[in-house]
Design a protein around this ligand. Structure first.
Ligand SMILES: Cc1cc2ncn([C@H]3O[C@H](COP(=O)(O)O)[C@@H](O)[C@H]3O)c2cc1C
Ligand SMILES: O=C(O)c1cccnc1
Length: 350
């Protein structure tokens, strides 16, 4: 697709020498081999991605994408659509979970309005890259045009470029927009060829009747848009959201530029599936923070051969699962760097 030729640019290889040398170092540190479990794996993975003997998640850069979803008209969320703009202000003013956590972990966050329902005018701390007034209702029409798809992918790409120019060493993408678990579910069902009943869930807290209504809306969307031979980009334009598409572009760009990706929950995993479908090696650059309580997330993780680190019953989105893992990533890296080896400490090795 014109304007998206960069998707096929090569993905950087992981530095396997750096990963091997980090693994060897872990085995020389004063502990029974493997005893720090997956903390060891975190440091080794980051070492390979960063080509570094002293890996570190810092600086962490969050791209927080805001957008609305036309399919909210089908009654697929417990909350009304005006919550999106209200939450955008809340995020920008520092009152949302993502904002409090970003401050607590010392992460830089850029909030990008990709097209919430009403144009809020200039909002402090929000970058406006509006592509429309929400997407189309996927149960009845495509989510977006080809032009909007291209612009959303490029918005994700330029977000990563700004992150890199700010020195980022770890990327977390997040989203907020009422109704968003519906396009995420639709994209996942389309890409994985799974029945909607296996993937659909409560999102913000729908009851059984609400989930059934959401299932019907997604089934209508798939019946309308799913045709054999449709490309991944075409499916994204028909079923996705501006945020899922921008994140897909951000993930591919990060992998092309060598920036490690921390994938957040259910909605961001739909983008991860799309990015890996478009460019399989993007998977090598991904770390998965947590298992979302949204039931279909496990199927997504299976498809991505991913085993997320945390399982805290989180189901918020907003990059918060990614943020929750950052302190553990830091700990893993500090341990990797500062622990004494057997020979340094004069401890008997077996
Ligand atoms: C106050 C509030 C803050 C949120 N922050 C993230 N989400 C999350 O919930 C929404 C997806 O769930 P559904 O598809 O059921 O609407 C998205 O906005 C997602 O970011 C929120 C939802 C609400 C209500
Ligand atoms: O895991 C997520 O991304 C999620 C789950 C429920 C609602 N919003 C987001």
């Amino acid at each position: 697709m014109e304007g998206l030729l960069w998707i096929n640019d090569p993905i950087l290889p992981i530095d396997s020498m750096a990963a091997d040398s980090a693994r060897r170092r872990q085995d020389q540190l004063t502990k029974p081999r493997g005893s720090l479990g997956r903390l060891e794996e975190m440091a080794i993975k980051l070492a390979g991605m960063q080509g570094a003997s002293a890996p570190s998640p810092d600086p962490v850069h969050i791209l927080q994408f805001m957008s609305d979803h036309g399919v909210a008209a089908e009654g697929v969320s417990l909350y009304p659509q005006e919550v999106t703009i209200q939450m955008m202000r809340n995020i920008a003013h520092g009152g949302a979970a993502v904002s409090v956590m970003a401050e607590a972990i010392g992460a830089r966050m850029e909030i990008i309005d990709l097209g919430i329902l009403t144009d809020p005018g200039p909002v402090e701390n929000v970058r406006s890259e509006r592509l429309g007034f929400g997407t189309g209702n996927i149960a009845r029409e495509p989510a977006m045009s080809e032009e909007q798809l291209v612009a959303a992918m490029n918005a994700g790409r330029s977000g990563v470029e700004r992150a890199l120019s700010n020195g980022a060493r770890l990327l977390i993408c997040g989203e907020m927009g009422i109704g968003n678990t519906t396009p995420a579910t639709a994209v996942a069902c389309a890409l994985l060829d799974k029945p909607v009943v296996d993937m659909v869930g409560p999102g913000t807290g729908l009851n059984a009747e609400g989930i059934d209504r959401k299932r019907q809306a997604i089934e209508s969307a798939l019946a309308l848009h799913l045709e054999p031979g449709r490309s991944t980009l075409d499916l994204l334009a028909r079923l996705g959201g501006f945020d899922i598409v921008a994140t897909t572009g951000a993930y591919i760009t990060a992998a092309q530029r060598g920036l490690p990706i921390l994938v957040d929950g259910f909605i961001m995993s739909a983008a991860a599936l799309a990015a890996v479908r478009l460019q399989p090696e993007v998977r090598n650059w991904m770390i998965f923070s947590h298992t979302s309580a949204e039931p279909g997330h496990r199927l997504m993780m299976e498809a991505l051969d991913a085993d997320p680190y945390l399982d805290l019953g989180m189901r918020l989105g907003e990059a918060t699962g990614g943020e929750a893992l950052v302190p553990l990533l830091r700990l893993a890296c500090v341990v990797h760097q500062r622990m004494a080896t057997f020979s340094e400490a004069g401890v008997t090795e077996v």
